[in-house]
Ligand binder design. Structure first.
Ligand SMILES: C[S@@+](CC[C@H](N)C(=O)[O-])C[C@H]1O[C@@H](n2cnc3c(N)ncnc32)[C@H](O)[C@@H]1O
Length: 259
């Protein structure tokens, strides 16, 4: 884990803290809440539904025997965190968390309390520097065995001019055959009016968002084998009967196997 403690900037909104506010967390500042309250009510549902997708997708991966996870854009700890879900099924699972927000670093201790048999690790890192993250991850995970790469609700903060497709391709290329990619990305396909409002509110706060069409999200999975039910609204991914209809989510998600 990185030793230095970078300064927390409370004068401008941060993606991790707005998301924390949307999830009903307490690790955010008035400047983050000011963005959250202006978003349409559906944004809170979307945040929760995205999180629930993570729970189902990671539980599915763990049931396939996946015991190594690289989670980039992990967010402020929110129980149950990814390692809890994985270690419930595979107690020896190892998880490397990475986020570029200093507040996440401050709370990283909560991400590091895993099962005695497993291991968790935290790196303050930026997905736009994938090689730095990979180098660190190799010190904790065995890259000769399958790894699940999790980029959940991260890539809509990486606009096209920052080469999101190239970044994902570089990360995927470093993983051995039989690894998985699990990813979600907000989309304006369902409610363009609400999406435009969300993009405008974040932009006013200095955060650029990249909502993507289904086709644009599908490009992240080029050359990979999508696991059933494929690329769908997060609420539609292995959903039970009691989950709201997909139109309410506004986020695409999928799990794919790296051949
Ligand atoms: C919406 S949260 C998602 C948290 C968690 N993955 C989830 O789905 O519940 C997005 C996270 O991505 C992080 N993030 C944004 N840009 C990033 C970057 N360039 N590198 C690493 N993390 C980034 C933010 O700090 C935030 O914690």
């Amino acid at each position: 884990m990185t030793a230095s403690a970078p300064r927390i900037d409370t004068t401008r909104a941060h993606p991790a803290r707005v998301y924390d506010w949307l999830l009903g967390g307490k690790d955010n500042y008035p400047v983050d809440e000011a963005v959250g309250v202006k978003l349409p009510g559906q944004a809170r549902d979307a945040a929760r539904q995205n999180r629930e997708f993570m729970h189902r997708a990671v539980a599915w991966l763990a049931r396939q025997g996946v015991d190594q996870y690289l989670d980039i854009g992990s967010g402020i700890p929110t129980e149950p965190n990814l390692h809890r879900i994985a270690q419930r099924v595979v107690p020896s699972a190892r998880v490397v968390y990475t986020d570029n927000d200093p507040l996440v670093l401050r709370h990283a201790q909560e991400l590091l309390a895993g099962s005695p048999e497993g291991a968790t690790d935290y790196l303050m890192g930026d997905v736009r520097e994938p090689e730095v993250i990979l180098e660190h991850a190799r010190s904790v995970l065995d890259f000769d065995r399958p790894v699940a790469l999790s980029l959940i609700a991260l890539l809509h903060f990486i606009t096209d001019d920052q080469d999101p497709y190239g970044i994902v391709a570089r990360l995927v290329a470093a993983l051995p055959s039989g690894s998985h990619l699990v990813l979600t990305n907000a989309s304006s396909d369902w409610r363009p009016d609400l999406a435009a409002q969300v993009v405008a509110e974040y932009e006013r706060a200095g955060i650029r968002l990249a909502f993507r069409t289904r086709e644009q999200v599908a490009r992240f999975f080029d050359g990979l084998e999508l696991v059933a039910p494929g690329l769908v609204a997060v609420t539609d991914w292995s959903r039970g009967d009691d989950v709201p209809e997909p139109e309410e989510s506004g986020i695409y998600g999928a799990v794919a196997r790296i051949p």
